[in-house]
Design a protein around this ligand. Sequence first.
Ligand code: PXL
Length: 297
Amino acid sequence: MLSKDFIAMDICTSMEQKRVLAIHDISCVGKCSLTVALPIISATGIECSVMPTAVLSTHTGGFVGYTYRDLTADLDPIVKHWETLKIRFNGIYTGFLGSFEQIDIVSGIFDRIGKHARIFVDPVMADNGELYKVFPDTFPQGMKKLCAKADLIMPNLTEATLLLGEPYKKGPYTKDYIEGVLKRLSALGPKQVVLTGVYLNEEDLGAASYDRDTGEINYAFHRIIPGYYHGTGDIFGSVIVGCLMNDVPLTRATEIAVDFTCRSIMRTWEARTDVRFGVNFEAGIPKLVQDIGLKPE
Ligand code: PXL
């Protein structure tokens, strides 16, 4: 082999594409979980491998009669096969998990194939002060254990209070309160926390981020848009993962994620479409790629 080929090989290995494993259900219609994580993470130049935990005909928010095929029994054989291939993941991103058993299996997956991976946990289980009806009251205890193993968690304020065993409070919030919540969440284990559903007044809604190593706390806000939009938590989380895997700092990643999610909601609101089918995030992908600083080839 010529020496210049060696140099080319060297560059290839040092610029190896990063690979993230997204562990979520796949809701065939309705744009959430894997149908959001895959396109967004891929658009940020990161390979997105998937572990589907269940297949649903639609998500559970607003449609009736959806099908649900649980894939819990498939998870261990999938990991066993990957172990024989010695696949390495640079990141693992988990979202909606349907049972304690799935939480335990995913926790084991972190130990088995996640040693070199940055672990992102979105403890999807509640919103607007209430645990989702599909979960037992003890579910937050299971999620808390999973969050303890994460490098970064991204709960909304309802999930945050459930993880902390504190009563849910309605906003507007004070910075003191938000900063206390961020620090108490980080004390559960994760070095970085992104808290969503934060508002300090009635006009603006957004997210707050905390990095325990630097002590830095930052906020990113957008004007409140009326209505409830399914899958936007997964859109937000996928952008955070895509940004951080591209070494975008947490503060900037949070700003980009708030901006991307809000633009997706705005587009959908303006189009007056049936919001059960999810928001139009696809049209925002070119700007996302630009904001992250990725250059076209
Ligand atoms: O976006 C979170 C989510 C994920 N998976 C399923 C859901 C939802 C929200 O409703 O129903 C199946």
